[in-house]
Design a protein around this ligand. Sequence first.
Ligand SMILES: Nc1nc(=O)c2c([nH]1)NC[C@@H]1CN(c3ccc(C(=O)N[C@@H](CCC(=O)O)C(=O)O)cc3)C=[N+]21
Length: 280
Amino acid sequence: MTARILDGTATAQALLDETAERAAKLTEQLGRKPCLVTVLVGEDPASVTYVKMKGNRARKYGLESRRIVLPETSTTAEVVAQVEALAADNTVDGILVQHPVPSQVDEPAVFEAIGAAKDVDGVTMASFAAMGLGRPGFQSCTPGGIIRLLDAYEVPLAGQHAVVVGRSPILGKPVGLLLLERNATVTYCHSKTRDLAEVVKTADIVVAAVGKPELIRGDWIKEGAVVVDGGYNPGNVGDVEYAAAAERASWITPVPGGVGPMTIATLLAQTVDAAAARVG
Ligand SMILES: Nc1nc(=O)c2c([nH]1)NC[C@@H]1CN(c3ccc(C(=O)N[C@@H](CCC(=O)O)C(=O)O)cc3)C=[N+]21
């Protein structure tokens, strides 16, 4: 079998176009554009690139984007104070704190300061709980983008064995919750998993969410399985050995052009949702 492509660029485009239309209508109602603020602590080059991409795309589709950069040496209290100020600012609809923050900063504490109403990146405990309980709320952007992509191609989820490789707070754990909510049978694998290859071989759907280039080998993929590569590694290499996996999978996400564009489109869609909720 040769896999068909889950085209994240095209699917994201449709969501971005719809988001731009909603943003334009809201701009009239609010008297200002829906506003996303990104907060970057430090100057990690990859993070700088991602944050710029998010800001540029926001502007292109009719949102306002503000970028805040704090020094690499910031304390938790300093970053929390900045985020709290944004949470209290009526001209701000959504806040994204770029992960990872420097090690001296308590990232979960900073995420909590966003508050549920502006958590368009889906990283607070309240958003996580909502994802787990199937309640309305903002989804973590990459997991939410993955589900939107699978839905766009009508990939069935109910009853499928989904194997999530990785358990990070903003990708692996929440994507498993969303798949469970859609009635998949979910297995989480991680660094302590005894025989990763054997578990992946049983998957109908594999979600790679580790950040280790080509960790998932092509010959682990069951014939006809669906492969979602959520890995972002330097040089646009995914977590999956793409060419070999594509020979066996029924559907596969490319890197680039798969999960990444869906992540950003979901972020912007949720920012417009947050702005809409303020209008009431
Ligand atoms: N609080 C937080 N939320 C995030 O959502 C978040 C984060 N922190 N930290 C870093 C990761 C990474 N991430 C990406 C988003 C889009 C692409 C993307 O669109 N990539 C393009 C390629 C870009 C290129 O060509 O360089 C693609 O896959 O087609 C990649 C990576 C969001 N993240």
